[in-house]
Design a protein around this ligand. Sequence first.
Ligand code: MAN
Ligand code: CA
Length: 246
Amino acid sequence: MRQLLIVCLYARANERRYKTADFNQQTTQSMSPCPFPRRRHYKEPCYRVAAVGFGLLCILLLAAVTVLATNNTQLQISYNIPNDNFQTNYSNLVKLIDQLQKENAALQKKLADLAKHAQLGWVYFSSSLYFISTEKKSWTDSRQDCSRKGADLVIISSREEQEFIIKQLDGDKAWIGLSDRSTERVWKWVDGTALTTAYWAKGEPNDAGNEEDCAEIWSSADRKGWNDVTCSRKERWICEKLDFQW
Ligand code: MAN
Ligand code: CA
């Protein structure tokens, strides 16, 4: 009896396998070595219902995906949203960060440069740096000192610059980068340009003793402006570094 039961179990299992492979049910029944009648509530219909359900679900999902994809495309078209919006924003951000880092580095360098100049006594005004000496030298030696400092004697090109220098000198006088040594009465700046707007003090230039070819600036309350004086005289001097841009 126990052996027969095992035979039957195998036989039923085989029948199910044949069925899956789409064999004829009658054939498998007649071939079966099992003498017991087959149970009526065979599970076949459950699989079929599940398969049909799964199929329907797939069709539904496919329809939903198609509808959503169509809507998305229409949204992109109507709002003109580029497909690669995220990628574009990201690469723009990377470029911006790179540019800001470069600007920051350049600004740090400028700041360090300005701090170094300030420590040595330079003063910033309207894109230029100014150095007013405490020592006194001839006009030529003064110019040489400016040159050693990477500058030249000051060129005064506006009323504001003139007032700024007068304020810095605080009553004293100093050489400026102006002379008529090449041609008498033809005043030229150290960069070779001709004098256009002048701020001579009253009665100057007078070429006193026919030997005054270099210009100095006076800043005292009663005598303000430029004066021509002998180039060999020892005076304080003013250097200027042009175009110190931020
Ligand atoms: C006076 C004026 C000037 C002149 C100086 C020279 O101040 O005559 O014009 O340059 O003396 O010391
Ligand atoms: Ca003079």
